[in-house]
Design a protein around this ligand. Structure first.
Ligand SMILES: Cc1cc2nc3c(=O)[nH]c(=O)nc-3n(C[C@H](O)[C@H](O)[C@H](O)COP(=O)(O)OP(=O)(O)OC[C@H]3O[C@@H](n4cnc5c(N)ncnc54)[C@H](O)[C@@H]3O)c2cc1C
Ligand code: SF4
Ligand code: SF4
Length: 397
C-alpha cells in the first residue's frame, strides 16, 4: 500500500501539510509530495479539497515503478569497525562471487571509511571493484550519513542485488536504505539462490519460529536487498594476485541530527569473538544461577574457546545478551560446540546446529539437544564439567 499525491490534481494550497503527524508531506515547486517518512497512517487521506491524496491499492502498488533492466550487478556492503573490514563482509563476498558467476555479472563491494589497504583486501577475496568513500564522517557508524551515501550510490549505479551483514550496523541502516529507494529487504537469510528463469534472487530464511523455510522474492522492485548473519556463508578463495578496480567516491552532501561521541564495549567473558571461535562452551538454564557461568568460562578458557548461552540464561540475567546463541541471538559455526544444561529448543538449534561437533551435557536423557549431538553425556553438568576441567588441567600439566 502507498499514499501518494496526484500531481496533476494538486493546486499547492498546502492544507495537507499540517495533517501529517510525521512531517512526511512537503511542498516542492508549489506542489505537495510525500517523502520517505510516511508511515502510512492515513491521517491525510481526506483533507485535500481537490481529492489529490489517494491510497494506492495492493495491485497498483506492485506495478513496476522503474525499468528493472537498468539494474545490474551484485553489491556487498563491506562493514568496517575500527578501520578493519568485518569477517561477515568477506563471507558475503564469497557468496556474492558465486551468485555473480551464475548471473554472469560483476561483484562490487562498497566500503565507507577504513583504508585503501582494506579495499585491496576485498578485491583479493573476490570483488571485481570497490566503491570506496574515505570521508572521516564514516569512521564511526552513524545511520544517517551511511544511509544517505548508500542511497545516492544506488541511484547513481543501480545495482540489482545488495548483500549486507545482519549485524548491529546492517540491521540498523539497511532497512532505512530499502525504504528510501522503495524496495524490499529480506532479513537474516540463511541461503541465497538465483531463479534460473527470471534471474531474480531467491532469499531463503526460517519463518514461523524456524518451523518452515520461506523463499522470498522481490520481483517488481530493485535493488533486491538481503541481510545475512555472520558465519552463515563461507568465504571464497583468497588470491594474492587478483586484480580489480578501486573507485573513489566523494561524500554527498551529508547531514545528521546525531553525532557519535564515543562507544563502549560490553564487558564480556569472551577472549575470542563468539562468531569467530573454534570452540564454544554454552550454558543454559540448567546452570541454575549466574555463578555457574564461572565454571563454563573456566572450561572455555582451557579449550581456548568462547562462552555462549541460551536465551533462558540471558533472560535470567546471568549473562549478557551478546553471548546468546540462536534465532534471536548469534549464529555460530565452531569446530566444537559444548551445550551444558541446554534443552535444545528449535530457536537455540537454528543458531548452532551447523557446528562441526556438538557435545551435549544434560541430566535428562530425553532432552532434544541429544537429537543433534554427536556426543551426549547424561549427568549433572557440575559433576561432568568438574571432571572435564580436572582432566584438561592434568593433560596440560
Ligand atoms: C521467538 C523466539 C525466539 C527465541 N530465540 C532464542 C534464541 O535465540 N536462543 C535460545 O537459546 N532460545 C531462544 N528462544 C527460547 C527457546 O524457545 C527456549 O526457551 C530456550 O532456548 C531454553 O533455554 P534452555 O535450554 O537453557 O532452558 P530449558 O529449556 O529450561 O532447559 C534447561 C535444560 O537443562 C537441563 N538441566 C537442568 N539442570 C541440569 C543439571 N544440573 N545438569 C545438566 N542438565 C541440567 C534440563 O534437563 C533442561 O534440558 C526463543 C523463543 C522464542 C519464542
Ligand atoms: S491539500 Fe491537496 S491540493 Fe492542497 S497542497 Fe495538499 S495535496 Fe495539494
Ligand atoms: S499517510 Fe500519514 S504519514 Fe503518510 S503522509 Fe499521510 S498523514 Fe503523513
Amino acid at each position: 500500500m502507498l499514499i501518494i499525491i496526484e500531481q496533476d490534481k494538486c493546486i499547492g494550497c498546502a492544507v495537507c501539510i499540517e495533517s501529517c503527524p510525521y512531517s512526511a508531506i512537503v511542498m516542492t515547486d508549489e506542489k505537495a509530495s510525500i517523502n520517505e517518512y510516511c508511515q502510512l497512517c492515513r491521517a491525510c487521506l481526506n483533507v485535500c479539497p481537490e481529492g489529490a491524496i489517494v491510497e494506492r491499492t495492493e495491485t497498483s502498488d506492485i506495478q513496476v515503478s522503474h525499468d528493472l533492466s537498468t539494474y545490474k550487478g551484485i553489491w556487498v556492503f563491506a562493514e568496517q569497525r575500527d578501520g578493519y573490514v568485518s569477517a561477515v563482509s568477506y563471507e558475503l563476498i564469497g557468496e556474492g562471487r558465486r551468485l555473480a558467476g551464475e548471473l554472469k555479472t560483476n561483484l562490487s563491494a562498497v566500503l565507507f571509511g577504513s583504508s585503501e589497504k582494506e579495499a585491496e583486501e576485498l578485491i583479493r577475496w573476490g570483488a571485481d571493484q570497490v566503491y570506496w568513500c574515505d570521508d572521516p564522517i564514516f569512521e564511526k557508524f552513524n545511520d544517517e550519513p551511511y544511509s544517505q551515501q548508500f542511497v545516492s550510490l544506488i541511484n547513481e549505479f543501480k545495482p540489482a542485488i545488495i548483500l549486507c551483514g545482519a549485524t548491529a550496523i546492517g540491521r540498523s541502516f539497511m532497512p532505512r536504505v530499502a525504504a528510501r529507494v522503495r524496495t524490499g529487504l529480506t532479513a537474516d537469510c540463511t541461503a541465497l539462490q538465483i531463479d534460473k528463469e527470471t534471474g531474480n534472487l531467491i532469499q531463503i530464511r526460517p519463518a514461523f519460529g524456524g518451523n518452515i523455510m520461506a523463499s522470498i522474492l522481490c520481483p517488481n522492485h530493485r535493488p533486491q536487498i538481503a541481510t545475512v548473519r555472520p558465519r552463515v556463508m563461507k568465504r571464497g578463495d583468497y588470491k594474492e594476485d587478483r586484480k580489480g578496480e578501486i573507485i573513489k567516491i566523494r561524500a554527498v552532501n551529508l547531514n545528521s541530527n546525531t553525532e557519535v561521541l564515543n562507544s563502549h564495549k560490553e564487558p564480556s567473558y569472551c577472549k575470542v569473538n563468539l562468531q569467530e571461535a573454534e570452540v564454544i562452551v554454552s550454558g543454559g538454564r540448567g546452570l541454575g544461577n549466574a555463578k555457574g557461568f564461572e565454571l563454563i568460562e573456566e572450561l572455555a578458557s582451557l579449550l581456548n574457546g568462547s562462552v555462549g548461552a541460551s536465551r533462558a540464561a540471558v533472560d535470567e540475567g546471568w549473562i549478557a545478551y551478546s553471548h546468546q546463541v540462536g534465532q534471536t541471538g548469534k549464529t555460530v559455526c565452531p569446530k566444537i560446540y559444548i551445550a551444558c544444561g541446554i534443552s535444545g529448543a528449535v530457536q537455540h538449534l537454528v543458531g548452532m546446529s551447523s557446528s562441526d561437533i556438538i557435545i551435549a551435557i544434560n541430566k535428562n536423557p530425553e532432552a532434544p539437544i541429544f537429537n543433534v549431538a554427536n556426543y551426549g553425556i547424561v549427568g549433572d553438568l557440575y559433576e561432568v564439567i568438574g571432571l572435564l576441567i580436572k582432566r584438561l588441567k592434568e593433560t596440560k600439566g
